[in-house]
Design a protein around this ligand. Sequence first.
Ligand code: ARG
Length: 583
Amino acid sequence: MKAQLQHLLEQSLSALKQQGVLPEDFSPRIQVDRTKDISHGDLATNLALMAAKPAKQNPRALAQALVDNLPSSALVEKTEIAGPGFINFYLNPNWLSEQVSQMAKSERCNVAKAQQLQTVVVDYSAPNVAKEMHVGHIRSTIIGDAVVRTLEFLGHNVIRANHIGDWGTQFGMLIANLEDLEQGQGEDNIDLADLEAFYREAKQRYDSDEVFAERARNYVVKLQGGDEYCQKMWKKLIDITLDHNQAVYDRMNVSLSKQNVMGESQYNAMLPGIVEDLLAQKLAEEDQGAIVVRLDEYKNKDGDPMGVIIRKKDGGYLYTTTDIACAKYRVQELGADRVMYFIDSRQHQHLMQAWTIVRKAGYVPENVPLEHHAFGMMLGKDGRPFKTRSGGTVKLVDLLDEAQERASQIVEEKSQYLEPQERQHVASVLAQASVKYADLSKNRTTDYIFDWDNMLAFNGNTAPYLLYAYSRIQSIFRKAEIDQQGFSAPIILEHDAEVALAQKLLQFSDTVNAVANKGMPHMMCNYLYELAGSFMSFYEACPILKDGTSEADKNSRLQLATITAKVIHQGLDLLGIETLERM
Ligand code: ARG
């Protein structure tokens, strides 16, 4: 709807330019917003206020001129000029019901595919080898996956890139530790179920046992030199980690698979060439044996250009060097038109440095955006970083286990009428949905407080609330003994609550596009929450199955209910969340 109005206003603007009322080079971003109060129309724009200055005109007069030049359309019933020069639009109810009816028939809830289909590389999840995935990775995984699904729904070619940490000097001690473990327990018997403990043990031995440390350092050199035995051990560590991660992804309904792994090591072969090239381009220079790029854009404490090391004195490369190669690869080899990185906000400076170098070196043209979609930390109820009771990092699997336990308790209390097997299914969907939704529904740029009671509550902007609204609609149809699948009826929009619901439904398409553009799934959550709210108000105000409701009204309302269910289902699906027929 917004997009259509924007388009009409654009046409009016160009007419005014042709008439010489507005300067040719005036091309503002046309803002169209919902009105707070529908007695002032459905949508409004402040375009006349924005244009008044460049046009050197009174804003109300300009608003009138914009309205006079607006092409006629089925969408707008009437317009009105308000206050200092706002234009309010009243939408045509026939147009509304027509559009909503189309949603009923459309497989895609009337969301068009994007006009310009792009290849989008999305960097998300990215845990580290031989380390348990912990809650720090949960946000990247869940938010990234929702954006991936949304982009694919719009028709884009999405390349999932799981940039796992599979390289670095830590592999020396890990290989040495794995070797000892295997010799103690026999080749097929390694139990790395507790990766975190394995890593901790390796580190502790490295720090305290000089003989072990020497062996570990030796393995680093051999691994880097391509030694067969070390490579084999290294691969084994990767495989164990990937199996472990995959189980977590599957359990969380995350669409990543092993094919999507593009770890840091994949870029190793590119690194020497990149350093050579940056030296040749005179972007990098030698400094006490290390190779450094000085960036005027970033100053250090003394106000001097910051030096970014891309090769250490001992010849080793760095995380930044890898990210330079990685951005280059994604654009030049994978053909990305856009690259989205879902990474913790603490890595912002790191990315900006890598990308400044990438642009200067000409590896990624200006028209291909490299976007850091940063997010804050997960905090406990006390506002401090989320930790276990004993102060350790919380493992993702433990979190999921606890969610499952708590959801089971709720289902046992609330859904006694279901068979035990169905109760179990309801609990696992509820658990997964609640954990994911709690994260997705917060604006990702801020830290977020992890609170079990909030996320499992049946009221508020939560997964249980939405799942309940959906299953409520299913139960209306069960009660009426009508099959939703083939159901179709003309829509009548008379009551305010019907009009409000219809308008909400039509905002779905704008919402999907906003999530794709901004990489912010909380916009979808807010929308679904508002939609469910509009549905609940409609359901209270407009009886469906009660005696006294005419057949035509009943059918129209059932039709509105099916479309609402369809949109909630589609919206949750884009967030990677399943729905429940009964709960
Ligand atoms: N493995 C890293 C970590 O756990 C995140 C990698 C993010 N992606 C990237 N291209 N740097 O912190």
